[in-house]
Design a protein around this ligand. Structure first.
Ligand code: PLP
Ligand code: TYF
Length: 398
């Protein structure tokens, strides 16, 4: 049976964790995977989450099956976070939301549903993108192509190239867009550019699929939802996958959601019925615990305020690490422009390091980065910042 089974390649990012764990050097630093670490280098358990969890444990609730699309307390909270608490859209019943197994699971049920609705479509992802975008939509049965996005010359977005690519897509093409904190580049669109992208999607009859894995890591909860609001204003149907892995630090609980904006309550009802069919045949219904914690925190005025404060703390720490890295690199490599380090947003910085330089960081310094030159700024702290900056400067000097 298995004689002809080939060894599949490792995930280029998660695979780094294994190599890192096996590295005996005490000074090693893992800048590979996109996870927020605190100043102590630990994945935080947020105090707001801990309080909600302790209360849940005290209540000792039974563990019946959940609704296929997840509990209303959770899906409603997701909708208010993404679309705004007083969005008329919610009152009109035009949004379908289902709990997902993380943002990844949300993308996948969205992909499976779209395959039933627009089976002939091509999916477009940014160049570059989170590599799993390609894998997920190919697994759902779509051909996947890329659109122009990153401009290595500026460290920002090649907006003219992106717009030309969007304008050339066939009607009903699916466009995956990073709503904020672009992974891997950290280069985001401005509000004015979002508005133009939304209008281009209207004109070209495209199907936007916003991926929002880092809400709150750029400017704040509401500001980071600006892309969503520009698509709402454009008045076309669109998809949003969202995740609480990063902003609630609940990675292993696998809490995310898929939201679909439809044209009417009647459309929403039919779309939800099809989405439930997709979910039923995948995993029947979602797990209880992580989503309950998120719903509890967001339902309590006190815990929600505490969560926003904790999220703000993560955001500020990342900014401070960006400043610190930029200053050190500018001091160590005079004449080279490192302004991109503080201009890029979210967890990642696209450093421009070549695969050979990334390899040297690993072999000579025990510093692990993604082959593309992406580093996770959230893995820096006061103890490793000097070491990492010196190592990057050394490999840049050649
Ligand atoms: N989308 C993007 C752009 C991501 O960076 C991530 C990172 O994990 C995900 C989706 C997946 O989120 P989750 O870990 O919740 O599945
Ligand atoms: O890009 C990252 O590092 C995060 C975590 O297959 C991740 O999004 C990486 C690879 C993967 C799943 C999650």
């Amino acid at each position: 049976l298995f004689a002809a089974v080939e060894l599949a390649p490792r995930d280029p990012i998660l695979g780094l964790n294994e190599a890192f764990a096996a590295d005996p050097r005490p000074q090693k630093v893992n800048l590979g995977v996109g996870v927020y670490y605190d100043e102590e280098g630990r994945i935080p358990l947020l105090a707001s989450v801990k309080t909600a969890e302790e209360a849940r444990v005290r209540q000792a609730k039974p563990r019946g099956y959940q609704p296929i699309e997840g509990p209303a307390a959770y899906t409603g909270a997701v909708q208010r976070l993404l679309f705004g608490a007083d969005s008329p859209l919610l009152a009109e019943g035009r949004v379908v939301t289902a709990q997902g197994l993380g943002g990844t699971g949300a993308l996948r049920i969205g992909g499976d549903l779209l395959r039933r609705i627009v089976p002939e479509a091509t999916v477009y992802i940014s160049d570059p993108s989170w590599e799993n975008h390609r894998g997920i939509f190919e697994a759902a049965g779509f051909p996947v192509r890329t659109y122009r996005y990153y401009d290595p010359a500026t460290g920002g977005v090649d907006f003219a190239g992106m717009k030309a690519a969007l304008a050339a897509m066939a009607p009903r093409s699916i466009v995956v867009l990073h709503a904020c904190c672009h992974n891997p580049t950290g280069a985001d669109l401005t509000e004015a550019q979002w508005q133009e992208v939304a209008q281009t999607c209207v004109a070209g009859e495209l199907v936007p699929f916003l991926d929002m894995a880092y809400q709150g890591f750029a400017e704040g909860i509401d500001a980071d939802a600006a892309a969503v609001h520009h698509f709402l204003a454009a008045g076309i149907p669109f998809f949003v996958s969202s995740s609480f892995s990063k902003n609630f630090s609940l990675y292993g609980e696998r809490v995310g959601a898929l939201s679909i904006v439809t044209g009417s309550r009647d459309e929403a009802e039919r779309v939800l019925s099809q989405l439930k069919r997709v979910i039923r045949t995948n995993y029947s219904n979602p797990p209880t615990h992580g989503a309950a914690l998120v719903a509890d925190v967001l339902a309590s005025g006190e815990l929600r305020a505490q969560w926003e404060e904790e999220l703000g703390g993560m955001r500020r720490r990342i900014r401070a690490m960006r400043e610190g890295l930029r200053q050190r690199l500018e001091a160590a490599v005079p004449g080279k422009d490192f302004s991109f380090v503080t201009e890029q947003r979210g967890m990642f910085s696209y450093t421009g390091l070549t695969p050979e330089q990334v390899e040297r960081l690993k072999s000579e310094y025990g510093i692990y980065a993604v082959r593309s030159g992406r580093i996770c700024i959230a893995a820096l702290n006061a103890r490793n910042l000097d070491y990492v900056a010196e190592a990057i400067a050394a490999v840049l000097r050649g």
